[in-house]
Design a protein around this ligand. Structure first.
Ligand code: FAD
Length: 437
């Protein structure tokens, strides 16, 4: 049957619907708003930007800017609408949110291949190819259905994320490699603090501003083992030294001493270019996180590729559920797209919507599913979320740490910009080859 069903008329769902329609495939697009709302959306429009109106950098030599340029070249409708409704925002692409949502809504309403059905879907249809794009605030009944499909252990309700930094930006004159009690192959980076450094860090931590929770998140219960560092810090000056910052069993071979406190960093990606701060989930404002991380010895110049966040965010454990083509392993005509796959951000959601739409149409047309190489930012995102070795999976946005490293080695901070430029050129040449897929 030449038809697909899409659940969710947000960023990913509408992009996917327009991609299918462009390939002359009929779509039933289900959107529950305005009858039933998510708590974060405030209109009944399709493609509503729930918070900021910025889609991130437009600079093609930045990770987010590269992803946008790839999307433009692959024919993304929503990036085109954002370009058409752009407002001045320096090097970022920011849209007039009302005009943007109006454009998305009319493109869907006016498209003869798309049948928009304003209704909550409470089960995953089984007799037609489906794209689930119901977002981070998927309705309760559908959530239960998705859990039935994925299993409880493969579904998450909240983000409790620690910041991630680039390894190349860590100062190893201060940081040292060691595992607690020397157990296993050495894999942790440790940032040591003496008493004075800890006290400075502690004062900054407990006095830093936090991001206000939204009403629908206020009843959210965070697991005791996932409490934000600022909450633990407020329980007492030494709580962190007996918790995530405990120094016991961590000996710096250079001094043969145990420190007063230690911030540990754990490898975050296979290429070992990214490290996350262990047990450091936080809800501090991003500017405050930046300041706090800077005062950790060894992280003075840390490049933060993602900040800690704590908010309601339903997402699946994509590494065990999805292929890099966004198809589920269990059922090849069921795709997931958008934030529910564990990508984070407006542009990333649009990007996975585009790929899911293209691949659902390829499935219907009996063509090979498109798996993008990780030399492109979109390919890197999809291969990151679908990588079966991610045990502790946390959502990710576009960043240079996930893209396939260049074959040539360019060392040093000065060459960093050159590296990004070369990666960007390589990605766009690859994407140019795919145009018309
Ligand atoms: C509060 C909040 C603020 C955010 N702020 C930003 C930000 O500033 N910048 C940024 O880049 N990213 C932000 N994000 C992250 C993310 O980029 C956005 O959530 C983005 O909208 C995700 O796109 P999506 O298509 O996956 O989901 P959505 O855009 O949320 O679309 C999903 C759609 O599915 C519908 N739906 C849900 N369940 C059903 C059902 N059972 N039946 C039918 N329809 C259903 C919903 O009503 C919704 O319209 C934020 C997320 C949240 C939760």
């Amino acid at each position: 049957m030449n038809k697909a069903i899409i659940i969710g008329g947000g960023l990913a769902g509408t992009e996917a619907a327009l991609q299918l329609a462009k390939r002359q495939i009929n779509v039933d697009l289900y959107e529950m708003r305005p009858e039933k709302t998510t708590g974060a959306h405030s209109t009944g429009d399709l493609g509503e930007l729930v918070c900021s109106n910025s889609l991130g950098s437009n600079d093609v030599n930045s990770a987010s800017g590269l992803l946008k340029e790839e999307l433009r070249r692959l024919g993304s409708f929503l990036i085109e609408f954002a370009d058409e409704t752009a407002v001045p925002a320096g090097s970022a692409l920011a849209a007039d949110r009302t005009l943007f949502a109006e454009k998305v809504t009319s493109a869907i309403n006016d498209n003869p291949y798309i049948n928009l059905i304003k209704k909550e879907i409470t089960h995953i249809p089984t007799d037609t190819p489906v794209i689930v794009a119901s977002g981070p605030l998927t309705s309760e009944l559908l959530t239960q259905e998705i859990i039935k499909f994925t299993g409880t252990d493969n579904f998450y309700f909240f983000d409790a994320i620690a910041p991630i930094v680039e390894k190349d930006s860590i100062n190893f004159e201060k940081a040292f490699w060691a595992n607690r009690y020397n157990k296993g192959e050495t894999s942790y980076i440790n940032c040591p603090m003496d008493k004075e450094e800890y006290e400075i860090f502690y004062e900054k931590l407990i006095n830093s501003p936090v991001i206000e929770l939204k009403d629908f998140e206020k009843n959210a219960k965070f697991f005791e083992s996932c409490l934000p560092v600022e909450v633990l810090g407020k329980r007492g000056k030494d709580t962190l030294r007996y918790g995530p910052l405990k120094p016991v069993g961590l000996i710096d071979e250079r001094t043969n001493k145990q420190n007063y406190a230690v911030v540990q960093l754990r490898q975050d990606n296979k290429a070992a270019t990214l490290y996350n701060l262990v047990g450091f989930q936080t809800n501090l404002k991003w500017s405050a996180q930046k300041e706090l991380i800077k005062c950790i010895p060894g992280l003075e110049n840390a490049e933060i590729v993602r900040y800690g966040v704590m908010h309601r965010n339903t997402f699946i454990h994509s590494p065990s559920i999805l292929t890099p083509g966004l198809q589920t392993h269990k059922r090849n005509d069921l795709f997931f797209a958008g934030q529910i796959t564990g990508v984070e951000g407006y542009t990333e959601s649009i990007a996975t919507g585009l790929l899911a739409g293209i691949n659902a149409s390829r499935l219907i047309e009996k063509k090979e599913i498109l798996i993008l190489e990780p030399v492109s930012m979109l390919g890197a995102l999809c291969s990151y979320i679908a990588h079966p070795e991610h045990k502790k999976f946390q959502p990710v946005n576009s960043n240079w740490g996930i893209i396939e490293p260049l074959e040539i080695k360019l060392k040093g901070r000065k060459n960093k910009d050159e590296k990004k430029k070369l990666c960007s050129e390589r990605a766009l040449s690859y994407i140019n080859l795919l145009r018309g897929s």
